[in-house]
Design a protein around this ligand. Structure first.
Ligand code: 13P
Length: 290
């Protein structure tokens, strides 16, 4: 059974650990994430963007695959199915598809007022259905979006205004960026995180762009109120690297290694291994139903 992400993230805030939210790209990706979480008895959030959902033939397929694997693999830890960076329209589609958790990213709306109005509407709808809601304040850039080095810092007052709408967890820019960090990245702003935390209390905060941030810096952010850490690129990089090594060593030409179950296995094993390392780094191992 899938759960929403509220209880697991509230427990993480109280227990001073973080929960990984891994993006999925297909059935094997989901299976690898579930294997890692189950082996370490960690709660986990599996999330999906609109783009990755299109690749997998829609939000409903993604949710059905996650739900069926949880059942088939006899997963015992809490698993939430979360929409990552949903537009206003995406949110309704993912809700209809049975997602248990929704991120409405209103940070790209033309005005903050629109972000507020739409967040309020989505909170009301989701809470009537037992679905958790993440909102965003302060755009989280990416090198691919033309942001050269440093991510945005969210306005603490805006964070408080959105928090007061009743969202269950909040993504706020503290200098983080999606994708690989440039060499001259300034790091996370712990000062800004503290200012936001002072105004939002026990609300779980979300760190996007979890790939490539030094472990000690992520752990400091967790100590200061971050409870959900989004990781996407990291697992893509380890998957690609392991696949490249397999092919470059010529192993794909041996026997029946053209069989996708053999050709892609090193990549998926690499995802399991890396997901487990991150779960341990974030401290959620053994916290199954904490
Ligand atoms: P990375 O790809 O940088 O890990 O970021 C993932 C993310 O924040 C998804 O919302």
């Amino acid at each position: 059974m899938l759960v929403n992400a509220t209880a697991m993230l509230q427990a993480a805030v109280k227990g001073h650990y973080g929960i990984a939210a891994f993006n999925t790209n297909d059935l094997e990706w989901t299976r690898s994430i579930l294997l890692a979480a189950e082996e370490l008895q960690s709660p986990v959030i599996i999330q999906c963007t609109r783009g990755a959902a299109n690749w997998q033939q829609g939000f409903k397929v993604v949710k059905d695959v996650v739900e069926d694997l949880v059942d088939y693999m006899k997963i015992t830890v809490p698993v939430a199915m979360h929409l990552d960076h949903g537009t206003y329209e995406d949110c309704f589609e993912a809700i209809d598809a049975g997602f248990t958790s929704i991120m409405y990213d209103g940070s790209h709306e033309p005005t903050f007022e629109i972000n507020m109005e739409r967040t309020a509407e989505i909170v009301k709808l989701c809470h009537s259905k037992g679905i958790s809601v993440e909102a965003e304040v302060g755009g989280i850039g990416g090198v691919e979006d033309g942001v050269a080095s440093n991510g945005e810092l969210a306005d603490p007052q805006e964070c408080k205004a959105i928090a007061d709408l009743g969202v269950d967890f909040l993504a706020c820019g503290i200098g983080n960026i999606h994708g690989l960090y440039p060499a001259d990245w300034a790091g996370l702003s712990m000062d800004r995180l503290a200012e936001i935390k002072a105004l939002t209390g026990d609300l779980p905060l979300v760190l996007h762009g979890g790939t490539g941030i030094p472990t000690a810096m992520v752990q400091e952010a967790i100590t200061n109120g971050v409870a959900k850490i989004n990781v996407n690129t990291d697992l893509q990089v380890v998957m690609a690297r392991a696949t490249r090594e397999f092919i470059e060593s010529g192993k794909d030409l041996e026997g029946k290694n053209y069989d996708p179950r053999k050709l892609l296995k090193p990549g998926f094993d690499a995802i399991v291994k890396r997901a487990k390392e991150l779960i341990v780094d974030f401290g959620s191992d053994g916290k199954g139903w904490a």
